[in-house]
Design a protein around this ligand. Structure first.
Ligand code: PAF
Length: 293
């Protein structure tokens, strides 16, 4: 497996690759969810390029940039075993050299949800993903469903700036109690970890009600709020139903697919989760068609 430190070398290696190239971009601290992205990329591509870069510009002051888990050796072993051909691991100075002045900022799609809770976060994401696209020039890039707004932002940017990249969305991988896999789950104490199961439980309550025919947005959101409020260690940041492509808030009564998303604080950790309604859309094809194509 090639380990590449500069964009220039990455572009040279990419030019030497023939056939279809899939890319998986990460901040390391890999878990099975990341490896599912690699597996999906390998499935349809001749070469898989991955990246590891903890991007400082998508963390606000006071967020967890300094304590974000880093274990390069383990990550490289996992990528090699998963069949990744090249890992792009630039330094912060390589990505943001002295004099760097460019920021990609999207409007509508970044305004609500995580964008409202973390101002500036998606400027950092969009800018670094554009740089990763330019360094790796993949035919397709694979993103996890868990960061659904990130997918919407990246897709919008790819369309607006004519990046010739397909955005593929891979369903969230879950622990046995339903908690979405995340590098940040390791911040949870055992008691907080047990309490965190309320997040998927609350989501499932809304999914079940939708499956039973409930279409009133307020009632579906209330089901989620009620579940979360029953867990003393959890507090709801927000729960929302949105149009999955524009991310505008859903109408009072759902009349098409909707993105249910929530962020819940447990201890100091904010746990994100989401799903599409109807539940039948939460497959790679369904998610890619609605969120990523
Ligand atoms: O999802 C992530 O890990 C990051 O936001 C990404 C896409 C690698 C950009 O830094």
């Amino acid at each position: 497996m090639h380990i590449i430190r500069t964009a220039h070398e990455m572009q040279a290696l990419r030019r030497a690759m023939h056939g279809r190239v899939g890319a998986v971009y990460t901040m390391g601290a890999l878990h099975e969810g990341h490896l599912a992205l690699v597996a999906a990329a390998r499935h349809a591509h001749d070469h898989v390029i991955a990246s590891i870069f903890v991007n400082p510009t998508q963390f606000a002051a006071g967020e967890d940039f300094d304590k974000y888990p880093r274990d390069e050796q383990r990550d490289l072993e996992l990528f090699a075993a998963a069949g990744v051909e090249a890992v792009f691991m630039p330094s912060p100075a390589e990505v943001y050299p002295t004099g760097f002045q460019t920021t990609i900022r999207l409007s509508g799609v970044t305004q609500g949800l995580e964008g409202a809770r973390r101002p500036g976060h998606f400027d950092g994401v969009a800018t670094v993903v554009a740089k990763l696209f330019n360094a790796t020039s993949p035919h397709a890039a694979f993103f996890g469903q868990k960061d659904a707004q990130q997918v919407a932002v990246v897709r919008r940017m790819a369309r607006d700036l004519n990046f010739p990249v397909d955005i593929v969305v891979v369903p969230t991988l879950r622990e046995s109690d339903g908690l979405a896999m995340s590098s940040r789950n390791r911040y949870l104490t055992p008691a907080q970890r047990a309490a965190a199961a309320v997040v998927p439980r609350a989501m499932r309550a809304a999914v079940a009600a939708y499956g039973a025919g409930e279409r009133e947005t307020a009632r579906l959101l209330e089901l989620v709020r009620r579940e979360i409020s029953a867990e003393p260690l959890a507090s709801l940041d927000y729960v929302s139903l949105n149009d999955p492509s524009t991310l505008l808030p859903s109408l009072d009564r759902l009349d098409g697919p909707a993105l249910l998303s929530l962020t819940v604080q447990v201890g100091a950790t904010h746990l994100l989760d989401n799903c599409l309604l109807p539940d039948s859309l939460n497959t790679q094809d369904g998610l890619t068609a609605v969120l990523g194509a």
